[in-house]
Design a protein. Structure first.
Length: 272
């Protein structure tokens, strides 16, 4: 019989000291095995109190805070302090599993790349390029809605995740990001410095079964935006399947048309 099963027939031990601590520790281990972390923590907290008094509880709280801080730091990019690739993958998987993570509007994943970033590094040096990326993240974060987040995908490439956004809303947000970056006062960092970004926006809704398809679709659209002249936001037209560009770039004539591959989700039409 398990410790939790026995607890249904017996009162929780009230004996102070080792006897009560052993019972609570065993209960904590079984609850943790079942994934019931908060209840396990409460039993462990009680066990420490029985053994060591309040000072032991304070130490446990300190260790718990330090663990939470270390976990948060492991999810952050050390240069820009935005989220990293590890957090991106974990959060996307979690969103697609949560009942309300996608929602009726769907979810969008965008990939953003700094245009001609190698030229910036070659001209001003890599430490300066790092400062550009740090400023870029600040501009992006100030533009995103509350439910969205940014993560560094690699190098000068970033991912933007927009849960519960339909295609039209996601494209609008990303076009606003592009405009803010293009209009930012970059000469504050260096005279005549100009920075622009290209963005590919993939959207999925319904029974999304994996995030890899969304990321791959966003990457193909990013490629299209860059080869259509850069400083543009590319997305698939929901009705024709053709690649379109948002905002002022919509009038460009040469827009590459990569193949449309469904990102493992419902492909019913949604504007635009």
């Amino acid at each position: 019989m398990t410790m939790l099963g026995a607890a249904r027939r017996e009162h929780v031990p009230s004996t102070p000291g080792a006897a009560g601590a052993v019972w609570h520790t065993a209960a904590a281990e079984e609850l943790a095995t079942a994934g019931r972390w908060e209840q396990a923590y409460q039993h462990l907290r009680t066990a420490v109190r029985l053994l060591n008094g309040q000072s032991g509880v304070d130490e446990l709280d300190r260790l718990r805070r330090e663990h939470a801080e270390a976990r948060e730091q492991s999810r952050r990019d050390c240069l820009t302090d935005t989220y990293n690739r590890r957090y991106l993958d974990e959060r996307l998987v979690a969103l697609l599993r949560e009942p309300g993570g996608v929602g009726p509007a769907g979810i969008a994943v965008a990939l953003l790349d700094v245009d001609h970033f190698k030229q910036i590094n070659d001209t001003y040096g890599h430490p300066f390029g790092d400062r550009v990326l740090q400023r870029l993240v600040a501009v992006i974060d100030s533009t995103l809605p509350e439910s969205a987040f940014c993560a560094r995908y690699g190098g000068e490439e970033f991912a933007i995740v927009l849960p519960r956004h339909d295609r039209h809303e996601a494209v609008r947000v990303c076009e606003t990001v592009r405009e803010r970056v293009d209009g930012h006062l970059w000469p504050e960092l260096a005279p005549e410095l100009c920075v622009s970004v290209s963005i590919g926006v993939a959207h999925g809704f319904g029974p999304v079964t994996g995030h890899d398809g969304l990321v791959a679709a966003a990457d193909r659209l990013l490629y299209a935006a860059k080869h259509a002249g850069r400083n543009a936001v590319a997305f698939h037209d929901a009705h024709t399947g053709h690649v379109r560009l948002a905002g002022p770039a919509a009038g460009r004539r040469s827009i590459p048309q990569p193949p449309v591959v469904a990102p493992h989700c419902d492909q019913r039409a949604s504007a635009p």
